[in-house]
Write a protein of this length. Structure first.
Length: 381
């Protein structure tokens, strides 16, 4: 992306702790831009509504104006959102991704010196997960046990399709997940291009094709075919691993992997496990990107944490690192690097919010706002 010197960024504050971490994010990003470019580049922050705050104000969980703002401005950032219970939108996050066809969920995972980890060698974990964001279970269709629709689908399978291995057809719920050639190819293409641009050695296709031969197995076959057709001779290594074996391998030999391309459900498991290996989802950034149109929404990957909302204890690192991804996406790498280095310095000195500091050998617990001030201080020194 070629960005102008002044960029309008729509943002959703989010629910719960969103009201505390989003202002810190703005403050730190603005300071990084000032430090890196001395006022020559800046962001105009434009608030848009979604989630519980939006519902309470205007009775709408996801106003059309919000989707339009992200569509018009190309990029945006969001805090955690409450999803309505008992009806309506199944997931606000999924709705936003599908509205803009943000087909790649990109989740970099790395360890910061000073952050406590449950594994012996967390510094070996350095991967970027490309999780397909619009198919698989995100586009899944289900029929509930006991409904006429489930009974009709069951009869279709047994009577018309000749399926004979449904053990209890009368009491079964059913689900169907679509996986397409086009959806697979555009995700794998994005993953390979990322690896080449960042001089990374390999892309690993993670799947469960040994059991689901035409969906997850298709993902593997179509991914290999795309790699050979479009990137043959590039020097990058394309390999594949069964999903359960991959989860084991991430603990035994994480250094063997750099870029991961996988389907939606696998990517959900994988990205959360990898985040836990480097200290938790509180420092796990995420982006949802359509590399064809340029649309991208960067987001905190954790929940709303209502138990600590309003107490100034929330960790803003996930949102801040997502903002780093946004700055990199804009090509403003100097500002992005200054935030990352400030965070590295803070963590190495044991300065962090309580969720991380309590496990550090010399941890110094900071409030949400004080942690943001610490990062700004580090940037200015």
């Amino acid at each position: 992306m070629v960005a102008p010197d002044c960029v309008t960024v729509p943002y959703i504050t989010g629910d719960g702790v969103g009201a505390e971490i989003m202002p810190v994010c703005h403050k730190v990003v603005n300071a990084a831009l000032q430090k890196a470019y001395n006022g020559k580049k800046q962001i105009v922050w434009r608030e848009v509504m979604a989630g519980e705050r939006s519902f309470k104000q205007n009775g709408n969980w996801l106003p059309e104006e919000t989707s339009e703002a992200f569509r018009d401005c190309l990029i945006g950032i969001k805090g955690p959102l409450t999803t309505p219970v008992g009806g309506g939108i199944r997931s606000l996050n999924v709705a936003l991704r599908q509205t803009l066809d943000l087909y790649a969920c990109v989740r970099p995972v790395r360890w910061f010196n000073g952050v406590e980890s449950p594994v012996k060698e967390p510094w070996k974990v350095n991967m970027v997960v490309f999780r397909e964001n619009t198919e698989d279970i995100y586009a899944g269709i289900e029929w509930k046990q006991g409904t006429p629709e489930a009974a009709k689908f069951g009869r279709f399978l047994t009577e018309e399709m000749g399926v004979g291995n449904i053990r209890f057809p009368e009491s079964s719920s059913y689900g169907v997940k679509p996986v397409s050639v086009e959806g697979t190819e555009r995700l794998v293409r994005a993953a390979i291009r990322y690896a080449l641009e960042h001089h990374l050695p390999s892309v690993t296709l993670v799947h469960k094709g040994n059991i689901m031969k035409y969906t997850e197995g298709g993902f593997k076959e179509w991914g290999y075919a795309l790699a050979e057709r479009e990137f043959g001779g590039s020097g990058i290594v394309i390999k594949d691993v069964i999903a359960d074996a991959f989860l084991q391998n991430t603990l035994l030999k994480p250094e063997a992997y750099s870029v991961i391309a996988t389907l939606n459900l696998n990517g959900d498991y994988i990205s959360d496990q990898l985040a836990a290996m480097v200290g938790g989802i509180g420092i796990a950034p995420g982006a949802n990107i359509n590399y064809l149109t340029g649309h991208a929404i960067f987001e905190a990957t954790h929940g709303t944490a209502p138990d600590i909302a309003g107490t100034n204890q929330a960790n803003p690192s996930s949102l801040l690192l997502s903002a780093v991804m946004m700055l990199e996406y804009l090509g403003w790498t100097e500002a992005a690097l200054s935030i990352t280095r400030a965070m590295e310095s803070a963590f190495s000195e044991g300065k962090a919010t309580t969720d991380l500091a309590r496990y550090m050998s010399k941890g110094q617990p900071l409030t949400t706002s004080a942690f943001g001030d610490e990062l700004i201080s580090n940037m200015m020194n």
